[in-house]
Write a protein that binds this ligand. Structure first.
Ligand SMILES: NC(=O)c1ccc[n+]([C@@H]2O[C@H](COP(=O)([O-])OP(=O)(O)OC[C@H]3O[C@@H](n4cnc5c(N)ncnc54)[C@H](OP(=O)(O)O)[C@@H]3O)[C@@H](O)[C@H]2O)c1
Length: 363
């Protein structure tokens, strides 16, 4: 039964469009409000999006006639109409913080795809398979805001979701350090080839701010809750290079791992850990959770971006080419769908977790 009324702030953007498609057949979530900037507000969604629909699947019928609201000017009305909002907007950090805060204070929970609040220490940054327990920090956050319902929860950057899930089941052995190179699709910049022709037949070795996020965000995900704050983990040490490549969707990572002295598992142990891994999202049977989170491919030329990014609705992680390395202990590649697992889908799964655990309730 669709018991939660949902708003999508930034519903006209790349992530917002994905979110709208994910509402269509969602068993719990009813698309109720679409909001964006004043440029789109006041028009039916179909008209506001004329020439801008960027996905290879059709626009859901239920969205077409919804009149887009102004995320800033209509905030009070929106907060009244919905049980919670997803937020994925392209604005500067201070503007995003102000916008998200406004909704929280209107008692509207915000599930954010934006990076503005990722380092606020009482805002949980959650991959439901990995650190679901961090949502308990919301109690402290609500105390800070003085709210009963309102809070912010965020999902991590899309790049880290291509390698953190594969590293996570191996953390128990003691990973000393990791080197990652990511090969990131253009939808990660909210673009298509039509809107970014310079990317055709190209590779750009720079994505602003991405390497810092790729090195630091995993440590918050692996952190722990202490005195109403998430304290980031001390390690493993990570170094990253991030490239924009000529793929529409799907972020690939080349990963090199060094374990602490005497802690190195065997190749077979690693594969067995990946195969056996189940996180809270699987245990709780969240509707968006993939049945098998981590898939290992034995074929030497897999995973491939085009072939494997949509595995289990784009929510599973594909791994391959695990082998010993001459400088590190092991190397492998892994792949995730950046706008599904890495953005909209990850946000929806987080909202499901928060509903299941009672942090979001229907009004
Ligand atoms: N794309 C990805 O794979 C990905 C992954 C993880 C996280 N993210 C994050 O998700 C967010 C959105 O990314 P995107 O790729 O979807 O961007 P996008 O395609 O550029 O979409 C931006 C959205 O923000 C809205 N917006 C812009 N200015 C606004 C304002 N003043 N008030 C209200 N809404 C406003 C736009 O509305 P109009 O159409 O009316 O201009 C549009 O809906 C960003 O913070 C990004 O870092 C993206």
């Amino acid at each position: 039964m669709k018991q939660y009324k949902v708003g999508i702030i930034g519903g006209t953007g790349m992530v917002g469009q994905r979110l709208i498609t994910l509402m269509e057949n969602h068993p719990w979530f009813q698309l109720t409000v679409i909001a964006a900037s004043g440029r789109s507000a006041g028009k039916p969604y179909e008209e506001a999006l004329a020439g801008r629909w960027a996905l290879d699947i059709p626009m859901p019928e239920e969205a077409k006639k919804i009149v887009v609201m102004d995320a800033e000017k209509d905030a009070e009305k929106i907060a009244e109409l919905v049980d919670f909002c997803f937020c994925a907007v392209n604005m500067n950090k201070d503007e995003i913080k102000a916008l998200e805060e406004k909704y929280v204070k209107l008692e509207c929970p915000i599930i954010s795809n934006n990076s503005a609040n990722r380092w606020t220490d009482d805002v949980p940054m959650v991959i439901p398979e990995i650190n679901a327990e961090h949502i308990a920090v919301i109690d402290a956050q609500r105390k800070r805001w003085g709210t009963k319902r309102g809070f912010i929860a965020v999902k991590s950057n899309c790049s880290i979701q291509s390698y953190v899930p594969a590293m996570h089941p191996l953390m128990k052995y003691g990973i000393d350090r990791a080197l990652v190179c990511t090969y990131q699709a253009i939808s990660g910049a909210g673009k298509t080839f039509q809107r970014w022709p310079e990317m055709v037949d190209n590779c750009i070795p720079y994505i602003g701010g991405e390497e810092e996020k790729s090195e630091q965000e995993p440590l918050k995900v692996w952190g722990h809750l202490e005195d109403g704050k998430i304290v980031k983990a001390a390690g493993p040490s990570l170094t990253a290079q991030c490239f924009r490549v000529a793929c529409q969707d799907g972020h690939m990572a080349a990963v090199f791992l060094k374990f602490k002295d005497g802690c190195k598992p065997s190749l077979e142990q690693i594969k067995a850990d990946w195969a056996a891994f189940r996180g809270p999202a699987q245990e709780l049977e969240l509707p968006s959770a993939p049945k098998q989170f981590l898939h290992y491919f034995e074929e030497p030329d897999r995973p491939q971006t085009r072939l494997d990014r949509n595995l289990e609705g784009g929510m599973a992680i594909s791994i391959g080419r695990l082998r010993p390395d001459t400088q590190y202990d092991y190397k492998f590649v892994s792949l995730s769908h950046n706008t599904l697992r890495g953005a909209a889908g990850g946000g929806v799964e987080l909202a499901e977790l928060l509903c299941k655990k009672g942090y979001i309730t229907a009004k």
